[in-house]
Design a protein around this ligand. Sequence first.
Ligand code: 5GP
Length: 213
Amino acid sequence: MTTEKPSRRGLLLLISSPSGAGKTSLSRRLVADHADLTLSISATTRPPRPGEEHAREYYFVSDAEFDEMVQAGEMLEWANVHDHRYGTPRAPVMAALEQGKDVLFDIDWQGARSIADNAPDDSVRIFILPPSMHELSRRLHARAQDSLNVIEGRLTRAYGEIAQYRLYDYVLVNVDYDHAYADLAHIYHAERLRRDRQAWLGPFVETLLAEKI
Ligand code: 5GP
């Protein structure tokens, strides 16, 4: 077999869930565990939560800066979510794909749909459900990062987001974090092994068939 690095066609892992279902920590762990997977850092007009850092969780930008990015065509997609705007900067995603990397998006259903419509063969859509609405509420309150008003708004919107689950290829119920993580990693590994994502396979099989024993 050739010793060259096999060429790789990057995939787009689109992960959505209502706030509090565990999407962010599951996503970040998957990225930390896989060198070929990179996280798309979104831009948002919402203010940072305690502990969040600019350019780590999000690019926290003003309304005017967000407008400029949209007008300059710098957003792959953007949407209004929870009274603020969120968008995916295009350049880092393209750069990652050119290097053969996979990109994970922590994104709402509107963004997931828009990206998957534009790149259907390269997109994998995963939705994470909470075990119950009661548990979702408990987790949002326990995280204590948002005011009660904001939490109520997120819970109300959760119903609308959950109703979109049919847009997704895979659906996980996050009852137990480690179990949900194992399922997420299995999905990612299996999707990586799909024949059309292994661009090196054709030439490799040719060398196999040319080999006489
Ligand atoms: P949060 O304020 O809890 O960080 O995020 C709120 C929602 O916005 C989540 O559902 C998150 O997935 C979504 N979101 C984050 N970044 C983007 C983005 O770039 N585009 C879209 N469409 N949604 C995003």
